[in-house]
Ligand binder design. Sequence first.
Ligand SMILES: [Zn+2]
Length: 316
Amino acid sequence: MKMLLQDAVREQPLLGDGAMGTQLMIAGLEQGNCGEAWNLTHPERVLAIQRRYVEAGSDCLITNTFGGSRIMLTRHSEADHVVEVNKAGVEVAREAFGAKDGYVLGDIGPFGGLLQPFGEFTVEQVRSAFEEQAGALVDAGADAIIIETQTSLEELLIGIEAAQAAGSKCIIGSMAYDVTLDGSTFRTMMGIEPERAAEFMEEHGAHIVALNCGTGMEMERARDAVERYKRVTKLPVMVQPNAGKPQLINMKVVYDETPEQMVKGLLPLLKTGANIVGSCCGSTPEHIRAFRKVMDEFLASQSIEVNGGVRESQNL
Ligand SMILES: [Zn+2]
């Protein structure tokens, strides 16, 4: 039987994938349209993107279901297709792996609003939307659920509990941090610091603590975040920084970090003990290919250390 993701990454770090949203745009999705609906209407295009990530060396693929909750799909008049969209998302990712035994991470993104009393949504509405989505992802065979780009612990908890209710064997909580104006530290939009997030996730039964996206959270900052997580938890850590900062060029959002620039930060990240490394907005299969090369060199150097009896930089 396949090892659980949280156990596999304790043996050696795994490589995640890169962006989906910006890749869908390149494949013809127009801004503001529903990318998740493509799992049903253009599965071959989603498959082509994920195949490129597998060819580049990804061990884990995140399903194209970021906005696949009922609340998000209702905004695109796709509420009739919640289960199908999520099921197809898992199937496409599994197909992209072909014969490779990779991990399919069922993606749950933010519901895209605020909870009462700040916003119009009740906890029960969000819970029911996340439970429905998590259920569809797990039933379709996702190896894990990742609740990502989270900024509030309240919403994160609803996601974790929904994944538990769905019977997911691996639950990943992933926060989006922003560097503060003075540049001294980073926290989520709702003011959550990484130590607090990691402790909270462990306390509520998540298996892997993660960060993704964010503002100003490039490779160097991501390494800081991994260190801060590792100080308070023994859970594995997953990290997916953006490919630099978004710039508006000709009314298009472009991310400015090349694979060569970004990959410079990878070795320090691996040495800090990151267990899954991928990347978020703006990254491409070329970024992941560059990551694969450095990760393979890192793994080879580790096995030399093991053989020489000086296994000290193991990723536990
Ligand atoms: Zn992102």
